[in-house]
Design a protein around this ligand. Structure first.
Ligand code: FE2
Ligand code: FE2
Length: 229
């Protein structure tokens, strides 16, 4: 098993076990297995995985902090729920990563993702931050949708995981947008911050375009969804 360096510190709280959560079920079903990848697939995924797992790790911290600061109990619950979803995504993706090599390109991708997400985490205006997260999670939904259609095939455990993460991210878009609106973000601000983060996201992804293509994931589709949506 490969030792994977974390992108960001783990959050202080431990995620409650929820055995009926689809990701927990995925972990229980596939956790004992060894995942099958061809060498080129393993190399491509070794490069792309840090881009995904860094986002999950950063999101846990952002949502934890927002939940801690929220005075409204209902929002606090919703924010914590997202935090725990992200923790499950992180655990599942890290488990996949442990079965892949850790290459020079993995380190480079992780560094790039760390810079991207650290910048997002440092935004002081919470309404801006949540406006960007809503847009980012909408893009992650599209990326996961594209990745579940990779040449691994829809029945591969990784494709199944992408599908489950995609569904959770769609819920996060709603929670993040609601949080931004609660903080008085206007439609204009949501639009403008969304565009900004999607441009930056695309710049990061484009560096790793060959790895998407190597997995049979169409980069043009991702570009259209991320930049033009
Ligand atoms: Fe996530
Ligand atoms: Fe998310």
């Amino acid at each position: 098993m490969t030792q994977i360096p974390r992108c960001f510190n783990p959050p202080r709280k431990t995620r409650p076990r929820q055995s009926d959560h689809p990701i927990e079920r995925w972990l229980a079903e596939f956790g004992p297995m060894h995942l099958e990848f061809s060498d080129p697939q393993a190399e491509a995924l070794a490069e792309l995985m840090p881009l995904l797992s860094c986002g999950e790790q950063s999101a846990q911290l952002v949502f934890q902090q927002a939940a801690d600061e929220s005075a409204d109990q209902q929002s606090q619950l919703a924010l914590n729920e997202v935090e725990f979803d992200e923790a499950r995504h992180d655990i599942a993706l890290t488990w996949v990563q442990e079965q892949l090599p850790w290459l020079k390109v993995s380190r480079q991708a992780q560094r790039r993702a760390q810079v991207f997400y650290a910048r997002l985490g440092r935004i002081e205006e919470a309404q801006q931050q949540f406006a960007r997260i809503a847009s980012l999670d909408a893009s992650v939904t599209q990326i996961m949708k594209a990745m579940r259609g990779s040449e691994l095939g829809s029945q591969h455990p990784f494709s199944i995981l992408c599908n489950l993460i995609m569904r959770d991210e769609a819920k996060h878009v709603y929670v993040a947008r609601h949080q931004a609106q609660r903080l008085n973000a206007s439609a204009e601000l949501l639009h403008e911050q969304g565009q900004l983060i999607r441009q930056q996201l695309w710049q990061m992804l484009a560096h790793h375009g060959h790895a998407f293509e190597a997995l049979g994931v169409d980069l043009d589709t991702i570009h259209n969804k991320v930049v033009n949506s």
